[in-house]
Design a binder for this molecule. Structure first.
Ligand code: SAM
Length: 294
């Protein structure tokens, strides 16, 4: 599979401009995916340490970018970006010109279906991006109490019908376990109605994915460590896909500025143009924020 079929990178032009890659400069791509953004950096003569917690992504990029790896321009590392500092030190990437976080999941992870991330494909209700993680989404759905399920859907999904859905789950699982994505999405479809285009299971699936992969905690922990790895004038570029992530990025950058660690470059987050949204629907919810270290 070619890089762009694995995942079409969002806001490519904007990332290129903000990183301003020059030959010989060094970068960390903290969310390698299909290597779409990394490919751009390499094409401009930059060197990249690419990190992803999904073994499938690491295998894919290792094959696809074999030559860059052999030439010493790319290092691929299987790991969680919450350990970005350790991973960077291990590979001598402790002083870099830029770091990119393109959060969430790749199109391949959604479309391949086997991770159970999408309510549009039937699969085990798993959602672990890193298969070494201990708890699956089905463990949470079948194991948490009414109060905890309600809290989870409210806190991580901002789901207005959190209690109603949680109550139905607790009732249904008395007679059968909910083990597949369709078990859960059908239950939600029959429990609530939503207006507009959004599938009624969207928020609950988001909440479960965030909880299973500890996504918000990872991000909160990684951003200050990422800043510490930048050279003066180095740039931190973060693309988020929902308001909970974007809030963390916004507030963290504001704290960096308050502590006089540098400047926020994007006063307002950058978003995809209409043209990009037409060709890549995933870009619709993308928000990009960038910070330059002093
Ligand atoms: C939106 S995709 C990145 C796509 C990539 N920029 C490209 O152009 O192909 C997000 C990737 O980040 C990875 N990821 C998410 N959270 C992570 C974490 N905490 N540590 C490492 N990788 C993570 C996912 O496994 C996924 O492959």
């Amino acid at each position: 599979m070619e890089t762009n079929r694995y995942h079409e990178p969002v806001l490519k032009q904007e990332v290129n401009t903000l990183l301003g890659v020059e030959t010989g400069q060094v970068y960390i791509d903290a969310t390698l995916g299909g290597g779409g953004h990394t490919k751009e950096i390499l094409a401009k003569g930059g060197k990249v340490l690419g990190i992803d917690q999904d073994n499938d992504s690491v295998q894919f990029v290792s094959n696809e970018f074999k030559l860059d790896i052999e030439r010493g321009n790319l290092i691929v590392s299987l790991g969680n970006f919450r350990n970005i500092k350790t991973i960077a030190h291990l590979h001598d990437y402790s002083r870099v010109d830029g770091i990119l976080f393109d959060l969430g999941v790749s199109s391949h992870q959604l479309d391949a279906g086997e991770k159970g991330l999408s309510f549009q494909r039937n699969a085990d209700l798993d959602m672990r991006l890193d298969e070494e993680l201990g708890v699956k989404a089905s463990d949470l759905i079948n194991g948490l109490g009414l109060k905890e399920l309600t809290l989870l859907f409210t806190k991580y999904g901002e789901e207005p019908f959190a209690y109603k859905i949680a109550k139905k789950i607790v009732e249904v699982r008395k007679t059968r376990s909910l083990v597949t994505t369709y078990d859960l999405s059908d239950l939600i479809l029959h429990t609530v109605r939503t207006k507009g285009h959004m599938h009624p299971a969207t928020r609950v699936f988001q909440a479960l994915r965030i909880a299973v992969n500890d996504e918000l905690v990872n991000l909160e922990r990684a951003l200050p460590d990422a800043l510490s790895l930048l050279k003066p004038k180095g740039r931190l570029v973060v693309i988020s896909f929902h308001s909970l992530e974007d809030r963390i990025v916004k507030q963290t950058f504001a704290k960096f500025k308050e502590r006089k660690l540098g400047e926020i470059i994007t006063k307002k987050p950058l978003q995809a143009t209409e043209k990009e949204v037409l060709t890549n629907i995933r870009s619709r919810s993308a928000k990009l924020r960038a910070f330059e270290k002093l």
